[in-house]
Design a protein. Structure first.
Lengths: 212, 238, 195
């Protein structure tokens, strides 16, 4: 389908840009490692599983924010968003492609972060991995959308965390719950519901974010 | 080029109810509500006098939800029907919602202090939800003030207001789910058992709050429209 | 092809355009002139569909995919090569025989040799020539060009002259410029904006 070919072309562009610039992904990996070290000094001796899981998700959230803040930088600085908006493709393809690319970067950072977490703190179970995948989808879908909004304003980098964090609270609840509770099904289901609901809202309304 | 309006009441043209009558009605209703809450409703056996604040707390909360829903409706009308007035209406609704939301937090906090000796209760779903919404809609204002007036600001505000209305049930579900992770604390906000004068008092205070909100909404809307007209006139003269 | 009535655009308190009427017939060549700050760029952005007017109406007889817009920014990604940039736009505009067309345009504007180098390494004139390739890539029916000669060197300007001469009459043009004399042989109409 043409729509997915457009998404593919745009996502390819985003991945290429990051490969050339090589700044966002290394920063995210370094950031999450540094945050873990800070956790060690901020937490009591031998913290419980619940405490460290909570902080794992805080770390993931802020690492994601780091990456999301950079997502639309090329479009903003070089005004290339105009070029994409003029194209006859559905504007939501821009959002979807950017989300997919950001998801790839976030997942790449987590490939390093999760083993690090397991080494520093506690073992990571299958439910946590599932939660990571589902939470990432929600974070990237909503975060990319809000990133496009923030980029259009004067406040830019200041605004993205303010817009994003209230919407990220349900993700944190679902993710922490799935990581900690014995039967994570309910929380994973909630995460999936969040993803589906907000993905639809983002997909339907991105048109209004980029076009006047 | 539309002619400037002569009176504040006429500027709105958003509804047939004249503003002075509306203001008088809300004054009467709010006074009645206060009388009923403090003198007519029976004293609660467990919580005593402090429980009375609950009538306002709940009715203000429902009113805040109504404001946010109204904002989302106007946002939808802006994006769908391209109604130019809808942006202003949506903004005013959010503004009223935040005002009433702040009152929810304040009344809830007072109630918690009087009843349980603490200024904040994480175990109260309603309070936590309103805290999240408060953060969300404060960011709405930051977003709006970070943009120049124009179609883009209207569009982004509208989209954000729609996100808000989706967030309300999702957040509520999340907060309920969170209870199972964190051990629930004993303190909770309990509603009174409805019946008789309690129900009557609640209904009066609910209607009073809704009418008050609508009055404030009309006043602010009219004021903003007047500002717009004055700006237009200044430009014509310039 | 393009009809605008009483077009106005306001940014916050600042009124940039007021009461503009515009009639551009198919095959026409309209030149927009005016001092800096008179709203040429804003007008062209509205005509290209990038901005909405705050007053007045505008009607376009072409779909979005048939419009080519050249603004003050070249709208190309600096970290990508010329080829990658045009490949992206080629895919988004669903161009048939993409490779051939890209090659033809790069060659015509003298960028074939540097097609595998990042745009960041180009000179300003080369970047502008690449921007022209981007605009012409999908063979648009309506070309909206905002001061295209600005960033071009002499060789590039001659290439643009040749291109305009070739397409004059077959495509519709809306140009903003500081040098109306250069476009005098092409122009079918003039619109002067006041500050």
């Amino acid at each position: 389908m043409r729509y997915f070919r457009d998404v593919g072309a745009l996502a390819r562009k985003d991945l290429l840009l990051e490969l050339r610039a090589r700044d966002t992904l290394p920063a995210m990996v370094l950031f999450v490692a540094a945050v873990f070290v800070v956790f060690h000094f901020a937490l009591p001796e031998s913290p419980s599983r619940l405490e460290t899981v909570g902080l794992l998700w805080v770390a993931i959230l802020f690492t994601a924010l780091l990456g999301l803040g950079r997502a639309f930088v090329p479009e903003r600085e070089q005004r290339t968003l105009d070029g994409l908006v003029l194209a006859p493709c559905d504007r939501s393809a821009i959002w979807l492609a950017k989300s997919l690319a950001t998801f790839a970067f976030l997942a790449a950072a987590e490939v390093v972060a999760l083993p690090l977490y397991a080494i520093f703190f506690h073992r990571v179970g299958g439910a946590t991995i599932a939660a990571v995948v589902l939470a990432d989808i929600g974070i990237c879908a909503v975060g990319t959308f809000l990133g496009a909004m923030a980029v259009a304003t004067r406040a830019r980098d200041l605004l993205l965390p303010l817009l994003f964090l209230p919407l990220a609270i349900p993700i944190v609840v679902g993710a922490v719950g799935a990581s900690v509770v014995d039967s994570p099904g309910r929380y994973l289901g909630f995460l999936a519901l969040y993803d589906a609901l907000f993905a639809v809202v983002c997909w339907a309304s991105f048109e209004y974010v980029v076009a006047e | 080029m539309s002619a400037p309006a002569a009176t504040i009441g006429a500027v709105g043209r958003t509804s047939r109810i004249p503003l002075p009558a509306l203001a008088a009605t809300s004054l009467v209703l709010v006074t009645t509500a206060i009388v009923f809450v403090f003198f007519v409703a029976p004293t609660d056996a467990n919580q005593g006098f402090s429980q009375r604040i609950f009538y306002f707390h709940v009715s203000i909360a429902i009113t805040a939800y109504a404001c946010f829903a109204g904002a989302a409706w106007q946002a939808f009308r802006l994006l769908w029907k391209r109604d130019p007035l809808a942006d202003l209406k949506s903004y005013v609704c959010v503004h009223q919602g935040v005002i009433f939301g702040t009152l929810v937090l304040i009344t809830g906090s007072i109630w918690a202090k009087i009843s349980w000796g603490r200024w904040w209760l994480w175990s109260s779903d309603q309070l936590v939800l309103f805290l999240v919404l408060f953060l969300f809609y404060c960011a709405y204002f930051m977003l709006r003030f970070s943009l120049d007036p124009g179609p883009q600001r209207a569009n982004l505000s509208a989209v954000y207001a729609l996100f808000g209305v989706v967030l309300i049930p999702v957040s509520f579900a999340a907060i309920r789910l969170a209870k199972d992770i964190i051990h629930p604390v004993v303190f909770t906000l309990h509603g009174p058992n409805f019946g008789g004068w309690i129900l009557v008092t609640y209904c009066i205070s609910q209607v009073a709050m809704l009418v008050l909100a609508y009055t404030l909404y009309r006043v602010e809307l009219a004021g903003k429209q007047l500002d717009g007209r004055i700006r237009e006139l200044r430009e014509v003269l310039a | 092809m393009l009809v605008a009535r009483r077009l106005g655009k306001r940014f916050g308190e600042k009124r940039v355009l007021r009461g503009i009427d515009l009639d551009l017939a198919t095959g026409g060549f309209l030149v927009v002139t005016g001092p800096n700050g008179s709203g040429k760029t804003t007008l062209l952005r509205i005509c290209a569909g990038l901005a909405q007017p705050t007053e007045g109406t505008i009607e376009r007889a072409v779909s979005r995919g048939a419009i080519g817009y050249l603004g003050h920014e070249p709208l190309v990604y600096r970290e990508l090569t010329a080829l990658e940039n045009l490949e992206l736009y080629g895919r988004l505009y669903r161009i048939a025989e993409r490779r051939e067309r890209i090659g033809m345009l790069l060659e015509r504007f003298g960028l074939w040799e540097v097609r595998h180098e990042r745009v960041a390494s180009y000179s300003r004139g080369m970047t502008q020539r690449l921007a022209l390739c981007r605009v012409l890539l999908h063979d648009p029916e309506l070309l909206v060009l905002d001061e295209p000669y600005n960033a071009l060197d002499e060789a590039g300007a001659e290439l643009l002259d040749a291109q305009l001469a070739e397409l004059r009459g077959e495509r519709t043009f809306l140009l903003a410029t500081h040098e109306p004399a250069r476009l005098a042989p092409f122009a079918s109409g003039r619109l002067a904006l006041a500050a």
